[in-house]
Design a protein around this ligand. Structure first.
Ligand SMILES: *[C@@H]1O[C@H](CO)[C@@H](O)[C@H](O)[C@H]1NC(C)=O
Ligand SMILES: *[C@@H]1O[C@H](CO)[C@@H](O)[C@H](O)[C@H]1NC(C)=O
Ligand SMILES: *[C@@H]1O[C@H](CO)[C@@H](O)[C@H](O)[C@H]1NC(C)=O
Ligand SMILES: *[C@@H]1O[C@H](CO)[C@@H](O)[C@H](O)[C@H]1NC(C)=O
Ligand SMILES: *[C@@H]1O[C@H](CO)[C@@H](O)[C@H](O)[C@H]1NC(C)=O
Ligand SMILES: *[C@@H]1O[C@H](CO)[C@@H](O)[C@H](O)[C@H]1NC(C)=O
Length: 323
């Protein structure tokens, strides 16, 4: 293993010396991005008219809902309303792409097409932790779903893959379920293995299908949820969040090093969101310690006082686990 790596690096170094060219990575231009393919959990899922209600854009893990036809995929519309995300309105992929901000959006009608296979409640794989529900599609199966039934329709030769970005935001349920359900486990090594599965079983197959641009988002400050702020010892702790995040950053760099025509990008959501919590006023946020208990009542938007709440967008936390 080590021997062949050295040989490969020597070869690359030699080739560059001889040809006098730098090792080049594909350039990534957001302005040229036409396809945004997303995988993950509730933070990222969008509601589709052919999705599992409150959980997905399309299908579920139930045997008769795992596959879908080209017709179903191409007729599937992104629903936008108070309950169509886990945030009480548009989520990060919808804001970023501008796709799905309005109710009834066909992804293929957007300038940046959002194809979102994230499933609320997902972890990386059922090989590591139990599914939240029998219908929950884990990350490694979301990419299977995409490659089996979406790639032949919207990908393949129809898509210029240099203008596609594959985004993965995962781990929130893995780390939370680990600390809540497992004992006597060395979490650092365990999560390192889970992160390896992200690259082996999801990123690599996407790369082999021709995708070169990858965006990874790290874990938010789950050590500072409303519940954790009241605990002497938050679970997960800041250190535990750091273990997952360092494994992700390290393996994301390694994947790019091992595959010359791959560009991996890493978004440090953790630092950004901790910054908001430390300086909430800059963002118009006044409450970082609690969430409104009536967050899921439709009229809380128009009458927060009725529930003893402030307007929802003044809270950092939307509920026990979402922003
Ligand atoms: C979706 O979630 C909302 C808000 O929690 C709930 O009112 C609604 O019943 C759920 N829909 C289904 C089909 O479970
Ligand atoms: C949001 O859309 C879903 C799916 O169309 C629907 O079932 C639900 O009632 C809607 N919720 C609201 C608050 O409009
Ligand atoms: C939102 O779009 C869906 C899909 O087209 C549609 O079924 C639903 O009625 C729309 N909701 C509203 C409030 O317009
Ligand atoms: C989900 O992926 C795992 C790992 O590749 C595999 O063992 C399992 O069979 C997949 N599930 C389905 C329904 O294909
Ligand atoms: C934060 O929100 C909770 C729930 O609405 C409320 O009880 C608490 O007083 C608020 N704290 C601050 C500092 O506004
Ligand atoms: C973590 O798990 C607890 C207990 O199941 C749940 O209440 C909480 O919402 C979860 N947090 C996140 C961030 O998912």
């Amino acid at each position: 293993m080590r021997r062949s790596l050295i040989t490969l690096l020597d070869f690359v170094a030699l080739a560059n010396l001889v040809k006098c060219i730098p090792v080049s990575k594909p350039h990534f231009y957001w302005e040229k991005t036409k396809y945004f393919i997303a995988f993950g959990d509730s933070y990222t899922y969008v509601q589709g008219t052919s999705g599992y209600p409150n959980y997905s854009f399309i299908g579920s893990y139930l045997p008769n809902q795992f596959s879908f036809t080209p017709e179903t995929l191409l007729a599937d519309q992104i629903v936008q309303n108070f309950t169509a995300t886990a945030e009480g309105g548009p989520n990060w992929v919808e804001y970023l792409t501008g796709c799905g901000l309005h109710n009834g959006t066909l992804p293929q009608s957007c300038d940046i097409q959002l194809w979102d296979f994230a499933f609320a409640g997902a972890g990386v794989s059922e090989a590591f932790l139990p599914l939240h529900h029998d219908f929950t599609v884990p990350l490694v199966n979301q990419t299977q779903q995409y490659l089996s039934w979406a790639e032949p329709v919207i990908g393949g030769r129809n898509m210029d893959k240099s203008s596609a970005l594959v985004a993965v935001w995962i781990g929130i349920n893995d780390i939370n379920d680990s600390v809540n359900q497992l004992t006597g486990i060395a979490f650092r090594e365990f999560w390192d293995r889970i992160v390896s599965a992200v690259f082996e079983q999801s990123v690599k197959p996407m790369y082999e299908a021709g995708y070169n641009n990858f965006l990874f988002v790290n874990l938010p400050p789950l050590d500072r949820t409303a519940a954790n702020q009241k605990r002497l010892l938050p679970r997960p702790s800041k250190a535990e969040i750091g273990w997952w995040n360092r494994a992700l950053e390290k393996q994301s760099k390694a994947f790019a090093q091992q595959n010359t025509n791959v560009k991996t990008m890493f978004y440090d959501a953790n630092t950004f969101l901790n910054g908001i919590m430390d300086n909430p006023g800059t963002y118009g946020i006044t409450n970082t310690t609690n969430y409104c208990p009536a967050y899921n009542q439709l009229d809380v938007l128009t009458d927060p006082n009725k529930y003893g709440c402030q307007p929802l967008d003044e809270y950092f936390w939307y509920n026990s686990g979402h922003m």
